[in-house]
Each structure stands twice: as C-alpha cells, then as structure tokens.
Design a protein around this ligand. Structure first.
Ligand code: ZN
Length: 139
C-alpha cells in the first residue's frame, strides 16, 4: 500500500460547537459539513486544509468509542487517516504482514467513504484509518 496523502486527522472533542468556533474564528477555516455517524455514536464536523481535512468528533453516547477515548485520554488527536486507492487490497496486504486489523472488511464512514481501521497495537500507538478515495468532492 502506498497512501497518496493524509485524508484527514480525527480529533476527539467534548463539545463540537465550541471546537468549531476555535477552528473558524482562530484558524479561519470554514466548517463545510456536520454529519452524524450513528453506528460510531459520533457527530462529526469537517474542515479542509489543502488536501487534508480535519474531522472533529463529538461522542453522542458516553459508551461510544469517542466517549471512552475522552474519558481515558482526554480531548486530542484520535486517529490519522491515509488515502489509499484500493482499500480491500491495502487491508489484505497489511494483514498478511501481521498487522492487527480492527475492521477485516471496509465499511462506510463519514462522507460515504470506504474506511477501515488498523489496531494501534500494530501501528506504534496511532489508531490508523485507511480511506478509499471514491468520488472526491470539491469544496
Ligand atoms: Zn476518520
């Protein structure tokens, strides 16, 4: 696998609205989408910085993955997502090389992208998301 770029950086926040204010008023970025991903129990907000996005994640349930993350580690960087052109292939290759997968098969993430996570135990502590670049929307 050879990622083309960092698709996005996922950041866990306690309060999406407060965090959006920082990104808009201090960094001068524009939130272009807010989306709830029900099976992940999160509400997400997106910003674009060049080719890379910032994905803010607020938990909608304290028992969800982001809720638990914040409880253990506090707010901060949650994952890094790499853009790959064939996610099934990338997953298979990673598994063959001994990487522990969280998702054995790709699933739908925010923005309708195909995504899958690699386990941080196999990635030196960084929860790693692979993201298949489908139809890239231009903002
Ligand atoms: Zn993500």
């Amino acid at each position: 696998m050879k990622p083309s770029h960092i698709e996005h950086i996922g950041i866990a926040v306690k309060n999406l609205e407060e965090a959006i204010k920082y990104y808009e008023h201090i960094l001068g970025l524009k939130c272009y989408a807010i989306e709830e991903v029900k099976d992940q129990k999160v509400k997400t907000a997106f910003f674009k910085v060049g080719q890379t996005k910032i994905e803010l994640l607020e938990s909608t349930d304290p028992e969800g993955p982001i809720g638990k993350f914040i409880e253990k580690k506090g707010e901060g960087i949650h994952h890094i997502a790499f853009a790959v052109d064939n996610i099934e292939n990338a997953l298979k290759k990673a598994e063959l090389k001994g990487v522990q997968l969280i998702d054995k098969a790709p699933r739908k993430g925010a923005e309708g992208l195909n995504i899958a996570f690699l386990h941080p135990k196999s990635t030196f502590g960084v929860l790693t998301e692979l993201c298949e670049e489908g139809n890239i929307r231009d903002f």
